[in-house]
Every structure is written in structure tokens, then in C-alpha cells.
Design a protein around this ligand. Structure first.
Ligand code: IMP
Ligand code: MG
Length: 173
């Protein structure tokens, strides 16, 4: 790593917590029809590890979103980049994301999915940065709470790079 950085959560600790989340989800969704919807791109590594810690049948799909314009509290400016064509009402949906910051993304995604009438709708985020919330929102499953610093690694990017960094780090300036 050429820039000066500090490890916030190391790879081992991440793996242990992700395994715990997978076990908990496997228990909670036993006998249900679990559909994981992973929000790209940031959650691709977290999702890959999480679903391998889930021991019950699970369908896995992906969505990409972008926020345009000035972020408003009502999250009306979230764009779903590709509509998913699925029988949502058959599934217990668990939306998986890397980090919740303002929560505008998750709030918008939940609004979109709840209109599809799934059997149930819950969320799982690896990292929670509660200090910057613009909407009242708490995920159902949370890996770690993190301070208000820019987080990189384990799927999260800085510019076009660092998604492949194994640990959760932040840059020191
Ligand atoms: P939110 O809509 O503000 O909650 O942010 C959602 C998205 O912004 C996350 O899914 C991330 O992709 C990205 N994001 C927010 N905070 C960070 C960060 O500290 N590092 C990298 N990406 C972030
Ligand atoms: Mg994201």
C-alpha cells in the first residue's frame, strides 16, 4: 500500500464476524425462501463470504444503484440501474450492502422492494456509520459499527482501486 493507512478491522476479525452473521441468518431463515440481493459494487466480497457461511438454500441476485443530484432526505433520487424481473412475492428478501452511511441508498432500495410485496424484507450491512444518517434507519444485521472516516478495502473502493485490499483500512493524511 503506497499511501499511509491504518487497519481498522483486520481480515481475520472480518472473517469471524461474517461467519457469525451467516450462522445467525441460517437459523433465522430456516424453512424460509431466502433471496439475498447484493448491492454492487461495494458488497461483492462481503456477499461472497457471507453466502458461503449460510448453510440453508439461498438464491443470490445483484442490483446496482446510483444516487444522482443533491441527496435529499426522502431518497427520491436513487436510481435502480437495472430492474430485476423476479417473483419477489415468493421470497424472504435479505438486502446485503457493504456500508450504511447516510442510508439514502438503503432507504431507496427498501422502498423499491417493499412495493414488490415480498414475503419479508430485511437488511444486512457489514459496516454501519451511524453518525452521518439522513434518514432513520437501522439494519437488521450489522457486522461492525465504524467511526466517521472514509473506509476502504474488502470491496470498498477509493477512486477505482483498493477493493481487493484484504483488511478494512482508512487512509491517514
Ligand atoms: P449511503 O447511501 O450514504 O448510506 O451510502 C451508500 C454507499 O456509499 C455505500 O453502499 C458505499 O458503496 C458508499 N460509501 C459510503 N461510505 C463509504 C466509505 O466510507 N467508503 C467507501 N464507500 C462508501
Ligand atoms: Mg454501495
Amino acid at each position: 500500500m503506497d499511501k499511509k493507512s491504518e487497519i481498522l478491522i483486520d481480515h481475520k476479525k472480518l472473517q469471524k464476524r461474517v461467519d457469525e452473521l451467516g450462522e445467525q441468518i441460517s437459523k433465522d431463515y430456516e424453512g424460509k425462501n431466502l433471496l439475498v440481493i447484493s448491492l454492487l459494487k461495494g458488497s461483492f466480497i462481503f456477499t461472497a463470504d457471507l453466502v458461503r457461511s449460510i448453510s440453508i438454500p439461498v438464491r443470490i441476485e445483484f442490483m446496482t444503484t446510483s444516487i444522482y443530484g443533491e441527496s435529499e432526505v426522502d431518497s427520491g433520487n436513487l436510481k435502480i440501474n437495472e430492474e430485476l424481473d423476479l417473483p419477489f412475492e415468493e421470497y424472504d428478501i435479505l438486502v446485503v450492502d457493504d456500508i450504511t452511511d447516510t442510508a439514502l441508498t438503503m432507504t431507496g432500495v427498501l422502498k423499491y422492494l417493499s412495493e414488490k410485496n415480498p414475503k419479508s424484507l430485511k437488511t444486512c450491512v457489514l459496516l454501519d456509520k451511524p453518525s452521518r444518517r439522513k434518514t432513520e434507519y437501522v439494519a437488521d444485521y450489522i457486522g461492525f459499527e465504524v467511526p466517521n472516516v472514509f473506509i476502504v478495502g474488502y470491496g470498498l473502493n477509493y477512486g477505482f482501486h483498493y477493493r481487493n485490499e484484504k483488511n478494512i483500512i482508512h487512509f491517514l493524511d
